[in-house]
Design a protein around this ligand. Sequence first.
Ligand code: IMP
Ligand code: MG
Length: 186
Amino acid sequence: MSGTAKGLPDVVVFSAEEIQERVGTLAQEIEAHYPPGEEILVIGLLKGAFIFVSDLVRALTRPEVEVDFLIAALYRDGTDPSGDVQLLYESAARIAGRHVLLVEDIVDSGKTLGRIGDALTRRAPRSLEVCALLHKRRTEKLRYEPRWIGFEAPADWLVGYGLDYGGRYRHLPFIAALAGGEEEAR
Ligand code: IMP
Ligand code: MG
C-alpha cells in the first residue's frame, strides 16, 4: 500500500475541498426537488455514510428535516462473493407517508441498496429516493438507482470520508485509493 510516513493513504482521489463543494451542490439539488415546507426524513446507512450525512444535512436549509440511521452489513465469504445483507439496526422512525431520502456512501453491486430499499418500501413511504456519495457503476440495472450521485468512483478500493478498509481510515477528510486494487482489499 502506498502511504506517508505515518501509513496513511496518500493517493487522493477526491480532495476535502472537492467533496465539500459537491456536497453543497447536492444539498441544493435535494432542496429543489422537494416542495418547500414538506418534510424530508433522511436515513443514513451506517457506518459508511456517517460523515456524508452530517455534512449533507447541515447544508439543507429547510427546517423540516429529520435524521435517522440504519445499520446494514454485507457479508461476503470466500466462496460466495454475492454475500447477504443483514439489517443490524432498523430505523425506528415512522416511515409511512413520508418523503424518505436514503443516504449511502458508495454503491458497488447495489445489493445493499436493493435489500434496504425493499425493506423501506414495505413500510409505505410517500416517496423513496437515494443519494449516494459514490457510484462504481458495476451493475447495469439497479432496482433503486440513486437520483443524486456525488462522484463516479474508480474501480479501486476507496477509503476516507466515512469509507473504511478493515475499520480504518473513515476519519480522513478526503477520499483516497488503496494501492493494490480492489480485489486485494476485499
Ligand atoms: P454493494 O452492496 O455491493 O453495493 O456494496 C456497498 C457497500 O460496500 C458500501 O456501503 C460500502 O460499505 C462497501 N464498499 C463498496 N466499495 C467500497 C470501497 O471502495 N471502499 C469502502 N467500502 C466499500
Ligand atoms: Mg462498509
